[in-house]
Design a protein around this ligand. Structure first.
Ligand code: I3P
Length: 104
């Protein structure tokens, strides 16, 4: 699955508050157990991912209803203690991403 996702880095490795916690928009691609982010869809062809891919092995993915600034937000907690909020462009896509990530 791939498509636009907004991402906010909440916690970094070990659960420490991330240094930069603003929202950014990416073209996200789910490959097996990794989630990769690209600045632009075209970058997927050049394999120029933006930052390291997120390892979904052992990750927890759940809705984030307490975060009220965005409508279709879900949480991704990785095994290394880091945590991201991801926002999809619709409720339908939010549920689809969550389902695919949980099944990965
Ligand atoms: C962050 C930015 C984020 C905000 C975050 C700020 O500042 O304003 O939008 O998250 O708040 O730290 P900066 O751009 O200087 O990094 P929210 O929109 O979720 O409030 P936070 O510290 O509560 O994560």
């Amino acid at each position: 699955m791939e498509g636009t996702l907004e991402r906010k880095h909440k916690l970094q490795l070990g659960g420490k508050k991330a240094a930069s916690r603003g929202w950014n928009s990416y073209h996200a691609v789910l490959y097996r157990q990794t989630l990769c982010f690209y600045l632009d869809r075209k970058d997927t062809l050049r394999s120029s991912a933006c930052g390291l891919p997120l390892n979904l092995m052992g990750a927890e993915c759940s809705p984030a209803p307490e975060y009220t600034k965005k409508n279709n937000c879900f949480r991704l907690r990785l095994r290394d203690g880091s945590e991201y909020l991801l926002n999809a462009s619709s409720r339908f896509l939010m549920k689809k991403w969550m389902m695919k990530i949980q099944a990965s």
